[in-house]
Design a protein around this ligand. Structure first.
Ligand code: F6P
Length: 552
């Protein structure tokens, strides 16, 4: 393996900064979080940062001032800041697709100037936002009616991956901000059951389909959209002339939208410099905007922008996304952590981790560097998690007493949403669990503490908690649209930092292609029993079994 990359700089694991961290990690191994707090009782207040409404406590991380210093040196040496500036400036940092990476332009104020190939993209961004606003207002006010003149009461978003997860997650997160008179559903799975369940109780005359697809070629989305069109026209007993009032498209591909039969007047545009998993601030957010209204949507964008500005300008010692990214590099690179848990203590954030799975794992699930050379270091972790208290009664056992090191982010809010009324009284109990868990994970319970409770000796090992499990705590006052935007931008930039250090292209997704191509090839084998060349013997036998069970 060559010692240098294409720019002539040393590969990551040959860098002195990396090696210094490896040495430091060795020296720190065996040091318990209990020791770190004994040595530095002020950690709890010293190891905190603030960005916007988000308070970060990282005192329960397995780091010292020296660790943080070395990690920041690694960031500087690996060009994180230069790459960050290049991203914000619209340079083509997505090298394998030769594209700019400008989701930050989607939430830039109208006065900003951000150029791609010499062209300021901000006016186009705001023109689309304006078009979305007008349309969302017309649907919400009842002015936009269906083919029969009935008011639209149902919005069904059809999309997958980045064209689904963002708006679906945010719709759940911001439910209490939504117009409760509207039914909003999200269909992504090509399993017909998804669309069936989404529309079975809806009146086609009152239903608007929002077809979200950057490429407008994604087979799942086009299949579901075609079926939705049949359902609608069948239900209305109408011809194609009804499509215009019931279908809108969110896409970069006007040609394919027109081919599908949607008038491009009813298309909300975005651009190839917006990656699918970074697209939810673009036109892809239309279903959400219809649900929560343009004002709340813009407030969410302002939350994103606030964190963008922080990431772009805050010094490294105070830069929250930088720190979170560095912590991930620390655990993956020097503690062999394989996964990362994100545990929101908010029912409204039930889809948040699912959203982060695409953001993080599609971005950083790579094993060659930007020059195409295999990496010798761990890249993106498995990201997982569900709302906290449910997890406590399911998988937290493994977090507390299993054999794995799993760094976790705990996300909680000081105030329940006003809508909860008398149920707001349960919030303190929820948050008592939130605080208790990070304490238990960090400090555990020693054998002596267990014995002191009179536990019989043979049960002492079973009731001992090793502790030393690292967590970050992110606390905000309330889950508002702006806070949601801040949280997402925080993770976007964390993922960016890690990709930059690992020297991978965080903005392509070639790994999803092979399965797509094979599925296309396998389908005729299932439907017609066609002899598909290149099928391996295992898959061939499975296909034969499938056909037998299917009665073909
Ligand atoms: O298959 C992966 C992917 O390309 C994602 O990156 C993307 O978010 C998703 O498919 C949907 O793509 P599209 O918006 O083009 O339908």
């Amino acid at each position: 393996m060559s010692e240098t990359n294409a720019q002539g700089t040393p590969r990551l694991d040959r860098r002195p900064e990396w090696q210094a961290l490896a040495k430091h990690g060795g020296e720190l191994s065996g040091t318990h979080l209990r020791d770190l707090f004994d040595r530095d009782p002020d950690r709890g207040s010293r190891y905190t940062l603030q960005v916007g409404d988000l308070h970060l406590d990282y005192s329960k991380q397995l780091v010292t001032d020296e660790t943080l210093r070395l990690l920041r040196e690694l960031a500087a040496a690996t060009g994180v800041f230069e790459l960050r500036d290049a991203m914000f400036a619209g340079e083509r940092i997505n090298v394998t697709e030769n594209r700019a990476v400008l989701h930050t332009a989607l939430r830039a104020p109208q006065s900003a100037t951000i150029a791609v190939d010499g062209q300021n993209v901000v006016p186009a961004v705001h023109a689309v936002l304006y078009k979305m606003t007008v349309f969302a207002d017309r649907v919400r006010s009842g002015e936009w009616t269906g083919h029969t003149g009935k008011r639209i009461r149902n919005v069904v978003n059809i999309g997958i991956g980045g064209s689904d997860l963002g708006p679906a997650m945010a719709y759940e997160a911001l439910r209490s901000y939504t117009d409760r008179g509207l039914t909003v559903r999200f269909v992504s799975n090509v399993d017909g059951a998804d669309l069936h369940e989404a529309v079975r109780d809806l009146d086609p005359a009152e239903t608007l389909f929002v077809i979200a697809s950057k490429t407008f070629t994604t087979i799942e989305t086009i299949t579901n959209a075609t079926s939705a069109k049949q359902w609608l026209l069948g239900g209305l007993g109408a011809g194609d002339e009804a499509v215009a009032k019931h279908f809108v498209a969110l896409s970069t591909n006007a040609e394919k939208v027109a081919e599908f039969g949607i008038d491009t007047q009813n298309m909300f545009e975005f651009w190839d410099w917006v990656g699918g998993r970074y697209s939810f601030d673009s036109a892809i957010g239309l279903s959400l905007m219809i649900a929560i209204g343009a004002e709340a949507f813009r407030s969410m964008l302002a939350g994103f922008h606030l964190v963008d500005e922080h990431f772009r300008t805050a010094p490294p010692e105070h830069n929250v996304p930088l720190l979170l990214g560095l912590l991930g590099v620390w655990y993956g690179g020097f503690h062999d952590a394989q996964s990362h848990a994100v545990l929101p203590y908010s029912h409204y954030l039930s889809r948040f981790t699912a959203y982060l799975q695409q953001l993080d794992m599609e971005s950083n699930g790579k094993s060659v560097d930007r020059d195409g050379k295999p990496v010798d270091w761990q890249t993106g972790p498995v990201v997982w998690g569900t709302p906290g208290t449910n997890g406590q009664h399911a998988y937290y056992q493994l977090l507390h007493q299993g054999t794995k090191l799993i760094p976790a982010d705990f996300i909680g809010f000081a105030r329940p949403l006003p809508e909860l009324g008398p149920l707001a009284g349960q919030h303190d109990l929820l948050m008592a669990n939130f605080f208790a868990q990070t304490q238990a994970l960090a400090f555990g319970k020693t054998p002596d503490e267990v014995r002191a409770e009179g536990v019989p000796e043979e049960l002492v090992p079973h009731k001992t908690f090793r502790g030393n499990h690292p967590t970050s705590t992110i606390l905000a006052t309330e889950l508002t649209p702006s806070v949601l935007g801040q949280l997402i931008a925080l993770y976007e930039h964390k993922v960016f930092v890690q990709g930059a250090i690992w020297n991978i292209d965080s903005f392509d997704q070639w790994g999803v292609e092979l399965g797509k191509v094979l599925a296309k090839r396998v389908e005729p084998a299932l439907t017609e029993g066609a002899d598909v060349p290149g099928l391996d013997p295992s898959t061939k036998a499975l296909v034969a079994k499938y056909r037998e069970l299917r009665g073909r």
